[in-house]
Design a protein around this ligand. Structure first.
Ligand SMILES: C[S@@+](CC[C@H](N)C(=O)[O-])C[C@H]1O[C@@H](n2cnc3c(N)ncnc32)[C@H](O)[C@@H]1O
Length: 204
């Protein structure tokens, strides 16, 4: 059986209300990531959340008064529909990546549990660097599916969705080769039975 598109699977999740559970499940790691990204900040900044699901991270970032503009993008119509329903004034784009580019650059590009659904996440990191980030801007990416997280290695088969499985070292090489400086690699949100969300942070 051919693999399904991740966005179709997540549209079904949104229809069943499973986006809420995902939000709850990811909150611990995302809060740690936002802290690593220096949020709340003391200078104005713009931000985009890539693979934003129902948009909850955008709304969390928007609570920081220094954030002047926050955008979400996701390829699932149902997820983006939810984001618009919850937050009518918010800016959410329905778009399939990597075939979409924002019309402006940002000071912060954030992404949680999205990048490995792409067939070539390494090239996406380069595109974030070249086309999405302002000079001096920061990228912060969290992934739970990576080689060292053995519990995550059957997810692709279980969901029948493509996942690109990279090791911590391969993710580190990818962010460095994309051109990022001041690269940091973290594992956050660890629990007894979870080795943590792998976080890649870099500056342009
Ligand atoms: C695991 S969910 C994470 C959602 C959100 N970041 C969160 O933490 O709740 C992955 C999201 O990535 C989106 N996605 C997957 N592949 C995509 C693609 N090629 N283009 C755009 N969005 C995609 C899915 O629709 C889904 O909403």
């Amino acid at each position: 059986m051919s693999q399904r598109d991740a966005t179709d699977v997540f549209s079904e999740w949104a229809e069943k209300g499973k986006d809420k559970g995902m939000e709850k499940g990811h909150a611990r790691s995302v809060h740690a990531m936002l802290k690593l990204a220096g949020i709340p900040r003391n200078e104005h900044y713009s931000a985009i959340d890539v693979g934003c699901g129902n948009g909850w991270v955008c709304r969390t970032i928007a609570e920081d008064k220094m954030c002047t503009h926050v955008v979400g993008v996701d390829g699932s119509a149902q997820m983006i529909g939810k984001a618009h329903a919850i937050d009518e004034q918010g800016e959410y784009h329905l778009a399939l990546l990597p075939d979409w580019e924002p019309s402006q650059k940002f000071d912060l590009v954030h992404s949680m549990e999205f990048l490995y659904y792409l067939h070539d996440p390494q090239t996406m990191l380069k595109v974030f660097y070249d086309k999405w980030l302002n000079d001096g801007g920061m990228l912060i990416v969290g992934v739970d599916h990576y080689l060292e997280n053995e519990d995550s290695l059957d997810w692709s088969e279980a969901l029948n969705v493509h996942m690109t499985t990279l090791s911590i070292e391969q993710w580190k090489t990818a962010i460095l080769e994309a051109g990022f400086d001041e690269v940091e690699i973290h594992q956050v949100g660890k629990k007894e039975d979870f080795i943590g969300t792998l976080v890649l942070l870099g500056k342009k």
